[in-house]
Design a protein around this ligand. Structure first.
Ligand code: PRP
Length: 216
């Protein structure tokens, strides 16, 4: 069976609500930040389905023993927020994945060439085998940033089939690049938007997520 990139857009009213709040140009920074936190929470909740490893155990209730399922505490889980804007999704993601290790990765796009420049790389030299990695970034636009992060992860031993990307708005150019390089990759997004303009902004999008989160 040939593998294909999968983009899940969960049809959940809370995800739709917080997306609309984030898109609104009149939303002030403090509320924008809340909206992105909530989207991080609910999209990570969806991404954890059939991804977080579980263990079947026997639980002793006050009355008798019965089968139970718990999250496997031995299985390594990591979150990689792409700075700055990915930090906005991290808080919500951590409420779902409280035991995950967090590895920061700082990228900024050159405003003219749109090429990403790495200014912080806290990734480990090698990830433990079978590490599940969740990448957070609100916007996949031209795809330069996410492709740079994926390349760093693969070089450090990460299996792309164990990667989940949580983003708010995904645009076709980024999805085309990811699909060509990593068929089988799974993405969770609040929406797929139509296009990217010549300044690298997703349209209709939500503006510059980093600036809106941090009020700059
Ligand atoms: C934005 C966004 C993504 C990137 C997407 O970050 O948060 O990381 O652009 O664009 P691409 O798909 O075309 O690479 P930006 O460079 O504005 O930095 P910031 O998060 O610090 O605001």
């Amino acid at each position: 069976m040939t593998q294909q990139l999968r983009v899940y857009v969960p049809p959940h009213p809370l995800i739709k609500h917080w997306l609309a709040v984030a898109r609104d140009v009149a939303t002030p920074s403090v509320l924008f930040r809340s909206a992105i936190t909530e989207l991080g929470r609910w999209l990570t909740y969806e991404a954890a389905r059939e991804w977080l490893p579980t263990l079947d155990i026997t639980v002793q209730t006050p009355l008798e023993s019965c089968p139970g399922t718990v999250i496997n505490p031995e299985a390594p889980v990591a979150v990689v927020p792409i700075l700055r804007a990915g930090l906005g999704l991290l808080e919500g993601a951590q409420t779902i994945l409280p035991l995950a290790s967090i590895y920061h990765f700082g990228l900024v796009r050159n405003e003219e060439t749109l090429e990403p420049l790495c200014y912080l790389n806290k990734l480990p030299e090698k990830f433990a085998p079978q590490t599940r990695v969740l990448i957070t970034d609100p916007m996949l636009a031209t795809g330069g940033s996410i492709m740079a992060v994926m390349a760093e992860l693969i070089a450090r031993g990460v299996d792309p089939s164990l990667v989940r990307i949580v983003c708010v708005v995904a645009a076709p150019p980024a999805l085309q690049k990811l699909s060509a390089a990593y068929p089988g990759l799974i993405i969770y997004a609040a929406t797929i938007d139509e296009t990217v303009n010549d300044k690298g902004f997703i349209v209709p999008g939500l503006g510059d997520a980093g600036d809106r989160i941090f009020g700059t």
